[in-house]
Ligand binder design. Structure first.
Ligand SMILES: [Zn+2]
Length: 232
């Protein structure tokens, strides 16, 4: 019993929220409406949007948008008897780049309305709306990947800067180290060099003492003797 009630409830809901909400001008018969609604439902599922069609005796005063992510197709009888066409997207569908294409599309399809080929009109329109929705989706995915790429690039830049700073730091420390070693080398070299002859003196003797090892150097040219104490 409950199941049956639920089923009836479901049927009611789907009827109330049929995609062709109103057909006051009787453009379509019941069979056509159910076929169009099936098409609309497929698009809604695939593109995750709501599509509502209103066919009204006169231009509505109020906005017909009720849901998020919605496409509203509005056909209405103007005061002069012509049919007005209005296609609206909610703000959460970013069609900014496609406004002129949408205008062109409505211009292109208006002869079908004038010739009262309403079924062709609605299917053509739905197909084009699907294309636009696919483009909009693609755009938003691309925008997202660009944002992610930029974020990734920034991370890489920061990483590179840190690496450069680290390298500069290491090179500086290394340079100081090398310079210190060089100073030590110069000092010891000068100690064992004969300034007059500008040649290295040769070690000739080593004497152990309290203070350390005393090394005796002799200049091979002038035979001058020099003592160098190496502290323990
Ligand atoms: Zn000498």
């Amino acid at each position: 019993m409950l199941k049956r009630l639920f089923f009836i409830y479901l049927i009611l809901i789907t009827t109330i929220y049929a995609n062709i909400e109103k057909d006051e001008l009787n453009f379509f018969n019941k069979e056509q409406i159910s076929k169009i609604n099936k098409k609309i439902e497929t698009i809604e599922k695939e593109r995750k949007v709501n599509i509502n069609v209103f066919i009204l005796k006169e231009e509505p005063e109020n906005q017909l948008i009720k849901d998020k992510k919605s496409v509203i197709i509005l056909l209405f009888k103007k005061e002069n008897g012509n049919i007005g066409i209005n296609l609206k997207f909610t703000n959460d569908i970013n069609i900014v780049d496609y406004k002129s294409e949408i205008d062109n599309l409505l211009d292109e399809l208006s002869p079908l309305i004038i010739n009262q080929e309403y079924e062709d009109f609605i299917y053509e329109l739905l197909a084009n709306i699907t294309d636009i929705l696919i483009f909009v989706e693609k755009d938003s995915i691309e925008a997202q990947t660009t944002i992610e790429k930029n974020r990734e690039n920034k991370k890489i830049i920061v990483k590179n800067i840190l690496n450069v700073i680290l390298i500069i730091f290491l090179v500086t420390i290394l340079s100081f180290g090398i310079y210190a070693l060089y100073l030590v080398y110069i000092k010891t070299r000068d100690k064992t060099r004969c300034k007059e002859c500008n040649v290295n003196m040769h070690i000739v003797d080593k004497i152990e003492s309290k203070n350390g090892i005393i090394k005796i150097y002799e200049c091979p040219k002038c035979k001058k003797i020099k003592q160098v104490v190496e502290k323990k």
